[in-house]
Design a binder for this molecule. Structure first.
Ligand code: ADP
Ligand code: MG
Length: 698
């Protein structure tokens, strides 16, 4: 290579942008604001959209307001200057079918560029002016005497930042694409490309930036989307493989006697979906490698019994089980549920939360280590205390979308690995789950327990407050109970607390003064919280004013009325979770949402969506569409790097193809040792090695 060339050094993928033709130091600085430092970054700076050329027509066929392009010859040019000094340039263009006029205002420099006799390619949106079509500020490309007007290609539209316009960006990227597209490493071997009908990375890069036509663009997009999803699916397949073949768990099988013994503890008939879940869970737990199952179901679909079943199955097999819940209130509720249903059994229960006294905590820890506790329920404290078990067989995480990811790994170390069951009330669209949690098996509870009645959701109008409190009062007099959720003030817990306190005081002395009303928030002592929650659960309190501490899991079926204040400050998933609290019994539920005066238009849209359906799956999809995949609760929590070009909801077909192929490859070559896969493997490990803990696959 010629190293003494002084003009332009050879462009390489690592060249910083300021050395690219037409960029320079100032523009390089602006590019940096878009996260672009090198030529490689520019190559992977993908268009956010495309401009499609207007269809070519004869002038006589132009239709008003329909973008079009045509070729003609300039036959008349006429510029006038108004009294105010403005210029108006009119240019007549003719082809053999007719004539159209182009108009340019205040662009006097056009005059010289558009002489009579010049052939031009014109595109724009015509409008009828008198008898003639007229185009204001159309795009004009001069043609040589006998030049054929080729099809204008599809033009990329890039995200921009101040100081760089679209054509500068196009030019910089075009330079890089021309010189360097061929240098990008091809990570997908030929055989796989053929199998999946993918174009080469070289072709994909050229056509994503400068597509010849729609088909080329589609092929390029497909290749890039496939690559992103394929690398992800390979990572997930490797992890799944690792979990099933490298890790050992105690088999905890079920038999008819155990099954019957567990089932008789449930006071109701199981739904079909619950039975199916039991079958899936017990099949998983009978194997000698860890179960990795996500049970997802809408709020109130009855996920708790799945956890109970699995835990009692572990105990029946002489192993311990642990259940972790995201809040203290919920952990206590689970503990109580177990205590009631196990009151006449030999199963020993323990509760571990962050607020136990040191003495109590020490006792629980010792009992767990000595195997004197069979079922341990707790909060994150379980992780902080690094509980040691004598013989742990099962870990259950309730409301897993409320936890961070690192917890995923944390509870599983030591000799045999426990089985692992996670429950989530944030339903994730199937394909999104496949992308984010592809290493987990998924059970979905669609059915609600029988006898569940409707829930009605209202968006309060400005003058509703009094009517609503009257309505709430009527329901309470009929024997029902009500929640009032105080608005979130900001992220600070303290202010939420004072807003709840203030609302509590207002209601207690005002509209709800004739009822027994309680207050629950995160700053109360555990005893106070527990006491309040118990009194509400027993019906001794009729109305509970609370912060979002009640958001997850709380189960008081007699509570049927919920007021959400400052609802504009809550996300869709959160609102739906809250609604789930009053949709549990046989009486209809009523939810009324009030907004404060700082609501934004997108808040309105979200609240309307919320009121329009109570189907958690439909809401999850709507949420996903409004906020984008990375933001979806649970997916964000999965801790994986976000997808850049693929969208699992849109690219379903590609996702499934990528997944099938990835599984097939990992089945045949569990460590990706085939030399043709070396680059691919490297990509997989760089991108997902950490988040999926693939370390020793390499
Ligand atoms: P979630 O899925 O939100 O965790 P829960 O497990 O708390 O739901 O169940 C919600 C309510 O439904 C609880 O009161 C529970 O006792 C009740 N439930 C669960 N399964 C059934 C069933 N098969 N029949 C009747 N009630 C049920
Ligand atoms: Mg629950």
């Amino acid at each position: 290579m010629n190293s003494n060339s002084q003009s332009t050094p050879t462009l390489q993928l690592t060249t910083t942008t300021q050395f690219i033709k037409g960029v320079g130091p100032a523009r390089a600085e602006q590019l940096r604001r878009l996260g672009i430092r090198t030529a490689l970054d520019l190559l992977f700076f993908l268009p956010r959209d495309y401009e499609h050329p207007a269809p070519r027509m004869r002038i006589a066929d132009l239709k008003e307001n329909l973008p079009a392009s045509f070729v003609g010859t300039i036959t008349e040019v006429d510029q006038i200057t108004t009294q105010a000094g403005k210029t108006i340039l009119g240019v007549l263009v003719e082809d053999d079918s007719g004539a159209a006029r182009m108009m340019f205002f205040n662009q006097p420099y056009r005059l010289d560029a558009l002489p009579r006799g010049l052939r031009v390619l014109v595109s724009g949106k015509p409008r009828l002016s008198g008898l003639r079509m007229e185009l204001v500020h159309p795009k004009v490309i001069p043609l040589e005497e006998d030049e054929q007007a080729g099809d204008q290609g599809i033009l990329p539209i890039y995200p921009l930042t101040e100081g760089i316009n679209q054509s500068q960006m196009r030019r910089a990227i075009a330079t890089v694409v021309d010189e360097l597209a061929g240098e990008i490493a091809e990570v997908i071997p030929e055989t796989i490309r053929q199998q999946a009908t993918l174009v080469s990375i070289d072709e994909a890069m050229r056509n994503i930036h400068r597509p010849h036509d729609q088909a080329a663009l589609d092929a390029a997009r497909r290749r890039l989307i496939f690559q992103e999803l394929f690398i992800l699916q390979l990572a997930l397949a490797l992890r799944r493989r690792k979990l099933t073949s490298d890790l050992r768990s105690p088999p905890l099988p079920v038999d008819a006697a155990i099954d019957a013994r567990i089932l008789k503890r449930f006071p109701f008939e199981l739904t079909g979906d619950q039975k199916k879940a039991f079958a899936e869970v017990s099949a998983d737990m009978a194997r000698q490698f860890p179960m990795n199952r996500l049970v997802q179901g809408d709020v109130g679909s009855g996920k708790t019994v799945i956890a109970q079943y699995a835990m009692l199955l572990a105990v029946a097999n002489k192993h311990q089980a642990v259940l972790m819940a995201p809040t203290e209130v919920l952990a206590r509720q689970h503990f109580e549920t177990f205590r009631k249903s196990l009151s006449r059994s030999r199963v020993r229960l323990g509760l571990l939360t962050g607020t136990l006294s040191t003495l109590d905590r020490r006792e629980v820890l010792k009992a767990a280590a000595d195997g004197e506790i069979d079922l341990l329920v707790g909060t994150q404290a379980l992780l902080n205390d690094k509980v040691v078990f004598k013989q742990l067989g099962l870990v259950v995480i309730d409301e897993q979308h409320k936890f961070g990811v690192s917890q995923r790994a944390n509870l599983r170390r030591g000799g045999l690995d426990p089985h692992y069951l996670v429950l989530s009330a944030t339903p994730i669209p199937r394909t999104v789950a496949m992308a984010a949690f592809g290493d987990l098996d998924v059970t979905t509870l669609k059915e609600k327990p029988p006898g569940r009645s409707q829930v009605h959701t209202y968006l309060a109008k400005d003058d509703w407050a009094q009517r609503w409190w009257d309505f709430l009062g009527q329901r309470v007099r009929e024997g029902r109970q009500a929640f009032v959720v105080a608005p979130r003030v900001d992220s600070s817990d303290q202010e939420d607390v004072s807003s709840a306190q203030q609302i509590f005081d207002e209601l207690r002395t005002g509209p709800l003064k004739s009822f027994r009303i309680g207050l629950l928030h995160g700053r109360m002592t555990p005893e106070e919280k527990n006491d309040t929650m118990t009194r509400f659960a027993q019906g001794r309190l009729q109305v509970l004013v609370a912060t979002t501490v009640i958001e997850v899991g709380i189960d008081v079926p007699n509570a049927t009325v919920m007021t959400i204040l400052g609802a504009n400050r809550f996300g869709l998933a959160q609102l739906h979770q809250l609604r789930g609290r009053v949709w549990r019994g046989s009486h209809p539920g009523y939810v009324c949402v009030f907004t404060d005066n700082e609501g934004l238009p997108e808040d309105d849209e979200r609240l309307k969506t919320f009121a329009s359906t109570s189907d958690g799956f439909a809401l999850a999809e709507a949420d996903y569409r409004m906020r984008g995949p990375g933001d979806l609760l649970g997916v964000r929590q999965s801790g994986m790097p976000p997808l850049r070009v693929a969208d699992p909801l849109r690219d379903t077909e590609i996702l499934e193809a990528a997944r099938d192929l990835a599984m097939e490859i990992v089945d045949n070559d569990p460590h990706l040792e085939d030399p043709s896969l070396a680059l691919l493997k490297q990509r997989v490990l760089t991108r997902y090695g950490n988040s999926l803990d693939l370390g020793d696959v390499a």
